[in-house]
Design a protein around this ligand. Structure first.
Ligand code: ADP
Length: 152
């Protein structure tokens, strides 16, 4: 059976932290589906099409990595895609507390799923998409924090 992992998130926008987790996960799985959640209650800063396009551009020429958007429960999306794994990055102990509850609930909802965590490399621990958005909103240049293919 193919080892398919779903990497869910908002990717608003994709950062070097996300890119690093995906690159490090490539040897572990046959396929990684970057799954960009559409959340009606949580308005994103960048439109969905842009967030999808940036991930496509970053992983152009890497056939194991695909990108899709989804609505609804992550586990339902995993079931539809025959994915046995959810991939997540862990930066801090706060991430751990948050991820533990989601991971345990997801396992209850879909016993066939395993959540796999990769620890962030130290240089990306402080990085998240909201910092990138804040820099942009305040007229700064966040390009060092995002993959080269991401142009604002
Ligand atoms: P969410 O929408 O759930 O807040 P994000 O879209 O920011 O999450 O991120 C999706 C996944 O990427 C999460 O597992 C998160 O821990 C991970 N991630 C985000 N930023 C980094 C980073 N700087 N280094 C490693 N992993 C990260």
């Amino acid at each position: 059976m193919k080892r398919i992992a779903v990497f869910p998130g908002s990717f608003d926008p994709i950062t070097k932290g996300h890119e690093s987790i995906i690159l490090r996960a490539i040897p572990l799985f046959d396929e990684i589906v970057v799954a960009i959640g559409e959340n009606a209650e949580k308005k994103s800063f960048f439109p969905l099409e842009k967030r999808v396009k940036w991930v496509q551009d970053v992983f152009q020429g890497v056939p194991q990595v695909t990108v899709e958007s989804y609505q609804g429960l992550t586990v339902d999306f995993c079931r539809e895609r025959n994915a046995g794994y959810i991939l997540r990055g862990l930066r801090t102990s706060a991430d751990f507390e948050f991820e533990r509850s989601i991971g345990q609930i997801n396992k209850k909802l879909y016993p066939g799923i395993e959540t796999v965590f990769l620890l962030t490399t130290p240089e990306f621990t402080a990085l998240n998409s909201s910092i990138v958005r804040d820099i942009l909103k305040n007229g700064g240049d966040p390009s060092q924090f995002v993959p080269d293919a991401v142009k604002f």
